[in-house]
Design a protein around this ligand. Structure first.
Ligand code: F3S
Length: 280
């Protein structure tokens, strides 16, 4: 049996950077360190961080002192201000691509644009992005959500970094009819699309696909959906022990991929487990 692993499977640049910052913090301080929300959508990695005294908290009301790490998704501007007022040491691990989108929302707002953020309104990154705007800001994933929008003088558009390009294109096409001036910033990060293209490609070449990553990770679930649409024998797992040896039956080629929040060590364990199950 041959095992193929997608080239970019696992951590993206922003997640890797945030985890390195958290680990560095833990190494330099003997006090407890907190993250504003789980630093990564992967339960095993969050548990590993807890062993290094880095604890995920839901909000600032649960953190009284010490260090708070802002995860790669970023945080709301008011949370950053509140953390400062509380006297917490802030380690900002916001992904530079997300930071750039926050700065653009701020700039467009200052320049008098009505801002549209293309993305999911409940996603923490988007909640952070809109906090950099004024009351003249809207979030939409589809044109249907903007049907009631009155005509504007000028519209500025930015995107959640993980939104599919088609959604940005659709909304930009709609906005052109809603204002004389439309300024668009393509803030989509290609880490997601690269992983999706590789998964699509690999799923078409193998007899069995294993997608590794947190069930709470939207980007991993999306990878599993993509693979399943091409290869019915696709399984989404969080850890290697979930692999049922029967899955391998009759498979000559197995493909493995993982979301942007899947640690390398878990992918390695999956490779080892599959290798160990191959009949000698
Ligand atoms: Fe940053 Fe892109 Fe990852 S925005 S957190 S590198 S998916």
């Amino acid at each position: 049996m041959e095992i193929y692993v997608a080239k970019s499977a696992g951590f993206c640049f922003g997640v890797k950077r945030a985890l390195n910052m958290a680990e560095k913090c833990a190494g330099e301080s003997s006090a407890d360190i907190y993250t504003l929300g789980p630093i990564i959508h992967n339960p095993q990695a969050v548990q590993k961080l807890e062993e290094s005294r880095v604890y995920a908290k839901k909000g600032l009301s649960e953190i009284e002192k010490g260090t708070v790490i802002i995860r790669s998704h970023g945080a709301k501007l008011e949370e950053v201000t509140e953390a400062g007022e509380k006297g917490l040491k802030i380690v900002d691990a916001t992904c530079p691509f997300v930071k750039k989108a926050q700065d653009l929302v701020s700039m467009l707002t200052d320049e008098g644009y009505s801002v549209i953020v293309v993305g999911e309104k409940d996603h923490p990154e988007v909640k952070g992005l809109i906090s950099y705007g004024s009351s003249d800001i809207r979030v939409a994933e589809s044109v249907a959500e903007l049907e009631d929008m009155p005509r504007k003088k000028k519209i500025g558009v930015v995107a959640q970094t993980t939104v599919p390009m088609e959604k940005l294109e659709d909304i930009v096409a709609f906005c052109i009819h809603k204002a004389a001036e439309v300024k668009v910033f393509n803030t989509i990060c290609n880490a997601t699309s690269i992983r999706q293209e590789e998964a699509r490609d690999l799923a078409g070449k193998v007899d069995l696909m294993i997608v590794v990553g947190g069930r709470n990770s939207a980007n991993t679930r999306r990878l599993a959906d993509i693979c399943r649409s091409i290869q019915a024998r696709t399984h989404h797992i969080e850890v290697a022990s979930e692999i049922d040896p029967l899955w391998l039956s009759g498979a000559a080629k197995v493909g493995i991929t993982g979301g942007a929040s899947t640690p390398d060590w878990i992918i390695r364990e999956v490779i080892d487990r599959i290798s160990g199950l191959i009949p000698k």
